[in-house]
Design a protein. Structure first.
Lengths: 218, 218
DNA sequence: AATATAATTTAGATATATCTAAAAATTTGT
DNA sequence: ACAAATTTTTAGATATATCTAAATTATATT
């Protein structure tokens, strides 16, 4: 039985491995875990003893197969609980992370399974991140700017670079919200404005706007 | 911020105070917490430092006002989660305790409030125990045998003394289940058989049966 | 009231997860 | 390739929650 701390480290290592090819080195892990490098070394050794990571001195930590499976299970729980909080308990997308950080450590396979069923086997959490299924499989998305999206492709709106009220009010007006699917219909090479489709509506947005929207694609 | 362990002690002290007038002495707490008396002394001192219990050497622990409020909040969460598991996630009443022991420690006032609302402000958990409201108020029930119930009074079926399959099948047959409300309509002094009403049906049950059913009354 | 028994506390140890400060290894820059 | 800078590890300390064994206090018995 793993402690909360061990599970949190596995999750952090998993995310770092997704992001950087060289995996999770001690300093980046320390930053992510908001702790000191020496604490990371201690914990990584413990995880290595439990065969959850492969660790060689001065060479960072890499998840073993079972470490990866464990990390994915925790992430699956985190994201399912986020869906629950937003869909069933009227939370907004920005309030759920902290609570899900707690709920993700509840140990019961049946609970996770039943929660998944109750929520209708959702594929994405309220932030658009994919939810691993019971076997641990999930699709990896690519995060980029809307302006980088090719014609005909679509993605989920994941966040904004510029979070000024003015910009957010503008997004509201053209019916773009977090989690919304946006597809690129046309691109005007003259001014790089983009015609998009979202919610079955068409809008033409400026390059500036498209440069401020993060999009997650399959 | 209290640790899980501190919260569990507060809960245990609360339950012991409800049950025994002399409150929670070290040995009974140790038995309840499945730990050693010396560990209990250590923890009780810590809780006393935090003003959650009043403690004088060799005189057991008594919850302070704030300790009592904290204990009730934990119990409220425990019982709300039990309702959630049974009503929404298809768990049966005997599977939920262990998971609720974990969920009761999740810290978020809004979560508890929204869960309560989502469940329709239930008054009892799947075992018939009362759920404190947001202010910490709840009705105290009395646990006794159905055979001790007076004519005209009613109660909730809480458990069976004899849990043999034969007996349980019999209960099924006359439509008595855990959580069911049963009222006593008539008592036959000749053989102490009892006429009861449950689910809008009337049944006459023997004294032996009535002696094997635990009933919770207001 | 003295003594035996039971309950409780203290003292000292172990586990976990953290820390600081110092040492060691690796990487970088010239 | 060597010194400097950076990264990582080690050693030793602290916090929490537990334990065992011994000491202390309270309760029960005669």
């Amino acid at each position: 039985m793993l402690t909360f701390s061990e599970e949190n480290y596995l999750k952090a290592i998993f995310h770092l491995e997704q992001k950087f090819d060289n995996g999770a080195n001690t300093n980046s892990l320390a930053k992510k875990m908001e702790t000191k490098p020496s604490s990371v070394t201690d914990m990584v050794k413990k995880l290595a003893d439990k065969k959850l990571v492969n660790y060689k001195k001065y060479q960072g930590a890499k998840l073993s197969q079972s470490g990866k499976e464990t990390a994915i299970k925790v992430i699956r729980k985190h994201r399912l609980w986020e869906v629950f909080l937003v869909e069933k308990l009227e939370f907004s997308w920005d309030e759920v992370h902290e609570i899900a950080e707690q709920l993700e450590h509840i140990k019961s396979e049946k609970l996770t399974r039943q929660l998944d069923k109750f929520l209708g086997y959702p594929k994405r959490d309220p932030h658009g991140d994919p939810i691993p299924n019971e076997k641990g499989n999930f699709t990896v998305y690519d995060n980029r700017l809307l302006s980088e999206l090719e014609i005909g492709k679509s993605g989920i709106c994941m966040g904004v670079k510029d979070s000024s009220p003015t910009f957010l009010r503008y997004l509201d007006k053209i019916n773009i919200a977090l989690g919304e699917e946006i597809s690129v219909v046309e691109k005007e090479s003259f001014d790089q404005s983009i015609k998009i489709k979202t919610n079955n509506e068409f809008h033409t947005i400026s390059n500036l706007t498209a440069n401020n929207l993060y999009i997650k694609t399959l």
